[in-house]
Design a protein around this ligand. Structure first.
Ligand code: IVH
Length: 718
């Protein structure tokens, strides 16, 4: 990587480019940290980026960007959206539920306009998208303001978020001077499932349906989150418009298309109530294939003059109506209530239903969400219930039919232990979910936990990927972290797993390329080599700093930073465990700046569970846990020094070298300056080495560095 130029030496043009780069890199890091829960930068690297950004902004205040990271504290909501008054109110629609309602809608229009029964009337029929309406204002062809509907009179300014939608053009050609395009923001079924999968993997919020997901994604104070969520927009209405580009609704939609908006491809012109109803039926049949949720169709009078004449009743136009699909509901019996345990330990109750056909789909499970939801609806085993299926979403229980409840029924008691591992379940204050506390031993979570355990910022064991961990688990070789260090005792099985994984990979390749691999994959030299590498990678991690161990445990809420804070406070595992066994565990934890009540509770819950403690003991018997020195230990020769690593290090990774130096109180910088105290140069060091010489900074090689710090980082077996 090129050494970044000193802020003091940047030209204005360079500063501008650099601010743009930093805005992007920091936004990505925020998203990785907050949204994906998967930080890719060390905290100090992230802090350095922010500091550099602030320093450049201080030198060039005129260059501060609208999306500057300094306007944002992480991605945490810190302020509300500004309010926006709609110049023309955003109205809602009247509803029609039956064919008669549709005929009545047409009849009312004829009567209002004084038209004969056989006079021609033109309508546009459109799918009714189940999303959130938004209004986009363009001035001189530039997107200047985007707002939610709000109460119809006043919405919220979500311009920055709407800008991130591919369907929202930022600039349009040939549009009237003022143009407000209105329509629906929505999420496709595919994007919805992908989002929930990502959320699940990251232990984040799972959305109940695409509409909620779209709402949650749109109302983010950090637009980079919205950007990552693939929202779409269909234009179907307008607010203030300078020179109208058309005199029919259909013509307006065609103009929107020319401006670059997406207009729903299913829209049709119709000439009678019968045609409207036929459209409704046709869309109803296509509904499941559209790829996004709709909850009905909307009929609108095409001629804009007629629309003006028809006007409004209360808050809805007389010239339009929404023909809603009936909710797809059916009655059945709850045969059991099962508790599923997710990869993050969440206990989810699921109603096992007597199988029933709901609107063409067989349903035998319905989610009950959580304990409160069961209590609120008072759902019990053997109850007869109304089940509803909306769109692609998991079926829901709408209500219990109490008249059909058997006399001997009893309220459902939510379990207090995990049905998979028997560990106690915890429900945090203010949370609705119960979670299994058996992080290290629960079979429902273990594979996920092990993958975290060996990941880069934890034990960092190369070669133990997701698939391999899964295969070891299936063979009963990996049931808890300590087992990783016992793999060496089962070389035949390890080889078999590596072989199986290679066969799987080759099958994948065959599927992708359509080409058959000629040579059969055998238990050959290559497998031996792979096994050697894997076992060596494991052996290399038998010594582990306390903070990495703590992060690896996968305790809820405990990220890399908190693990470091804990390690610095307690120094050794023995001290930490003693505190956790005491009755002042919580106060010891909350005394650490950066650790709050919720996290402290979670940490304490983890150590309270005897099964976790036993698993810890088995792990610690396999590894040596390095104590973490107090920060800026005055005894260390590098405490308070600014150190730069350059070139390739052979005895440790760059990340490890930095972490060690920091643990000894050194500050690790990425570029050499007059202030640098020490440059550690590995093989192939280049410009930084030259700079160090130029500034007269002390330079040493890796071995000299290790000698210097040796003894300051003595491992103590806990
Ligand atoms: S027209 C004055 N067209 O339905 C008429 N609305 O129930 C404004 N919606 O708030 C609305 N698809 O969020 C219209 N093709 C469509 C629609 C649509 C979905 C939503 C919109 C509106 C709600 C009214």
């Amino acid at each position: 990587m090129k050494t970044p130029k000193l802020v003091a030496e940047l030209t204005e043009a360079e500063a501008k480019g650099e601010l743009a780069r930093l805005a992007r890199v920091i936004a990505d890091a925020d998203a990785q940290y907050y949204r994906d829960d998967a930080p890719k930068l060390f905290d100090f690297e992230y802090d350095d980026l922010r500091k550099r950004n602030a320093a450049i902004e201080a030198r060039f205040p005129d260059l501060v960007r609208a999306d500057s990271p300094s306007h944002r504290v992480g991605a945490k909501p810190s302020e509300k959206f500004a309010k926006v008054a709609h110049r023309i109110a955003m109205l809602s629609l009247d509803n029609a539920f039956s064919d008669e309602d549709v005929e009545e809608f047409c009849g009312r229009i004829r009567r209002f306009l004084g038209l004969a029964d056989d006079a021609q009337l033109a309508f546009v029929a459109e799918p009714k998208i189940d999303g959130l309406s938004a209004s986009l204002r363009y001035e001189d062809g530039v997107f200047v303001l985007g707002a939610t509907r709000g109460d119809g009179v006043e919405g919220e300014d979500i311009t920055a978020n709407l800008r991130t939608l591919k369907d929202v053009p930022l600039r349009i050609d040939g549009a009237p001077q003022v143009l407000e395009v209105r329509g629906e923001v929505y999420m496709s079924h595919a994007d919805f499932s992908a989002l929930n999968e990502r959320q699940q993997a990251a232990g984040g919020k799972i959305f109940a349906n695409p509409r909620n997901a779209a709402a949650g994604s749109l109302r983010q104070l950090d637009p980079s989150i919205t950007a990552s969520r693939s929202l779409r927009f269909f234009a179907y209405a307008w607010g203030e418009v300078g020179d109208m580009p058309a005199d029919t609704h259909w013509g307006m939609l065609q103009a929107f298309k020319r401006y670059g908006f997406s207009v729903n491809p299913e829209i049709r012109r119709c000439r009678s109530a019968a045609e409207l109803i036929a459209f409704f039926r046709a869309i109803g049949e296509k509904r499941a294939l559209l790829g996004y949720d709709i909850d009905g169709v909307v009929y609108k009078i095409d001629d804009l003059d007629l629309q003006r004449r028809l006007g409004f009743i209360a808050r809805s136009p007389r010239w339009a109506t929404a023909h809603k699909f009936p909710a797809e509901q059916a009655e059945t019996v709850v045969e059991a209530i099962d508790i599923q345990v997710g990869r993050t330990g969440k206990l989810t109750p699921v109603a096992k239903l007597r199988e029933i056909n709901v609107g063409g789909v067989f349903v035998s499970n319905a989610t009950l969400h959580n304990e409160d939801e069961i209590a609120r609806k008072d759902v019990r085993i053997k109850d007869t219930v109304v089940v509803q299926r909306a769109g692609d979403v998991i079926p829901q229980i709408v209500r219990v039919i109490f008249e059909k409840r058997p006399a001997n029924s009893v309220p459902f008691v939510f379990p207090r232990v995990c049905p998979f591992c028997g560990c106690h379940a915890v429900r945090e204050e203010g949370e609705v979910d119960w979670r299994c506390s058996g992080g290290l031993v629960c079979s429902a979570q273990i594979v996920e936990r092990l993958i975290h355990f060996v990941s880069r910022y934890c034990f960092d064991i190369e070669g133990l990927g997701e698939n391999i961990v899964g295969l070891f688990y299936k063979r009963g070789l990996l049931k808890e972290p300590a087992d990783i260090f016992r793999l060496k005792d089962h070389p035949d099985e390890v080889k078999a797993v590596l072989l199986e994984e290679r066969k799987r990979q080759s099958r994948e390749r065959e599927k992708k390329t359509g080409r058959k691999v000629k040579q059969p994959i055998r238990d050959d030299k290559r497998t031996f080599k792979e096994m050697d590498n894997l076992l060596a990678a494991i052996e290399a991690r038998r010594i582990i700093p306390l903070d990495r161990l703590l992060f690896a445990l996968g305790i809820r809420h405990v990220g890399e930073t908190s693990a470091k804070l804990m390690a610095r406070q307690f120094h050794s595992l023995a001290v930490l465990e003693a505190s956790m066994a005491s009755d002042h565990a919580i106060s010891d934890l909350t005394a650490i700046e950066g650790i709050g009540e919720t996290m402290a509770e979670a940490i304490s819950e983890f150590f309270v569970e005897p099964r976790n403690r036993e698993a810890m003991d088995r792990l610690v018997a396999q590894v040596t846990v390095l104590d973490v020195a107090a920060p800026a230990a005055s005894s260390s020769p590098v405490a308070g020094k600014i150190v730069v690593f350059t070139g390739s290090l052979e005895k440790m990774t760059r990340a490890e070298a930095k972490a060690r130096a920091e643990a000894l109180g050194a500050k690790v910088a990425s570029s050499v300056s007059r202030k640098t105290d020490l440059v550690v140069a590995g093989a192939g060091a280049g410009s930084k080495l030259a700079e160090a010489k130029q500034y007269g900074v002390t330079v040493m090689d890796e071995d000299a560095w290790l000698k210097l710090i040796d003894g300051d980082f003595a491992g103590t077996s806990s």
